[in-house]
Design a protein around this ligand. Structure first.
Ligand code: NCD
Length: 299
């Protein structure tokens, strides 16, 4: 039984195989019955619009069914039940679980007593592997390759599970990385170490202006204010990452702009109509990536 917990567990071959499967499903507009009789449980202890509905829609489109703990308040965790017991319960009622929590490492802990595969749908400041998969799938579909590209990661490089996990996944490929953030939320030493060990080239910048022309992909994620004690400070730093049309136009013509969304002081609406804007396309792509992943885990 395989759990999906981190970008670290994938090989280049795994990714390309998954992407081919997702592409097939996408081409066929994907009404299949491969998951008939199977149940997905979504356990979301932190807010979500896209990820939760994307997993649920993926399971329904595969012919399966869905049960859900939609928030922390409606589970017995609230009464003091342990994560280990919660996992025993949820996995008794389902065949696969997608889980989000506010605590780094908690999905991994949950998976230890789960009787069925668990997918990490975001664990605090940890990772969000299916978001990385759908972003890489989007880049692969646009460019036909993932090698030889320069990837800019802008925003809360310290707390963003999206940017942290993207950096790890990028290390599978011949990619150069640029972390664009003010010192306060710049990428931490664990990720730097991860890249150094894999001999991947990366640099850090505190503004987009000087680096945008070198980028093939720019992924931006909001300041993760939920992990800040000083919310006002978070808001102030966040305002430094606003990306508008004028700035995007300074980059390569085929630049790919990604944002996991929600956009809170990130991509401005005037970017939406540009061909560089791929974030809504990525949301749609994510459905097929999650379908392909569920198929693979329960094959
Ligand atoms: C991201 C997350 O939850 O980490 N959202 C998502 O899953 N699409 C990004 C965010 O909340 O900023």
């Amino acid at each position: 039984m395989t759990h999906i917990l981190s970008a670290e567990q994938f090989s280049k071959k795994d990714l390309l195989q998954l992407f081919e499967a997702a592409k097939k499903l996408q081409k066929a507009k994907a009404i299949t019955q491969t998951m008939k009789g199977k149940i997905l449980a979504t356990v979301f202890l932190e807010p979500s619009t896209r990820t939760k509905l994307s997993f649920e829609s993926a399971m329904l489109r595969l012919g399966g069914q869905v049960i859900s703990i939609p928030n922390a308040e409606s589970s017995s965790l609230q009464k003091g039940e342990s994560i280990a017991d919660t996992a025993r319960m949820v996995s008794t009622f389902s065949d696969i679980i997608a889980m989000r929590t506010g605590e780094k490492g908690q999905v991994a802990e949950f998976s230890k007593t789960s009787k069925v595969p668990v997918i990490n749908a975001g664990d605090g400041t940890g990772e969000h592997p299916t978001q990385h998969l759908l972003d890489f799938y989007t880049i692969w579909k646009e460019r036909g390759t993932l090698d030889g590209l320069t990837l800019g990661l802008m925003g809360d490089c310290k707390n963003s599970r999206v940017l942290r996990g993207m950096a790890k996944m990028a290390a599978l490929f011949d990619m150069k990385l640029v972390f664009i953030a003010p010192e306060e939320v710049q990428v931490e030493s664990d990720i730097q170490q991860y890249l150094l060990e894999r001999k991947r080239e990366f640099k850090m910048a505190n503004s987009l202006t000087n680096v945008i022309k070198h980028l093939d992909v720019l992924e931006i994620n909001r300041i993760r204010h939920e992990y800040f004690a000083d919310k006002e400070r978070a808001m102030k730093i966040g305002k430094q990452f606003i990306l508008n049309r004028i700035t995007v136009m300074k980059g390569k013509k085929n630049l790919i702009v990604l944002d996991p969304l929600p956009r809170v002081n990130t991509v401005q609406e005037d970017v939406d109509a540009l061909p560089q804007a791929k974030y809504f396309q990525a949301v749609e792509n994510g459905l097929y990536v999650r379908m392909a992943l569920i198929n693979q885990l329960l094959a």
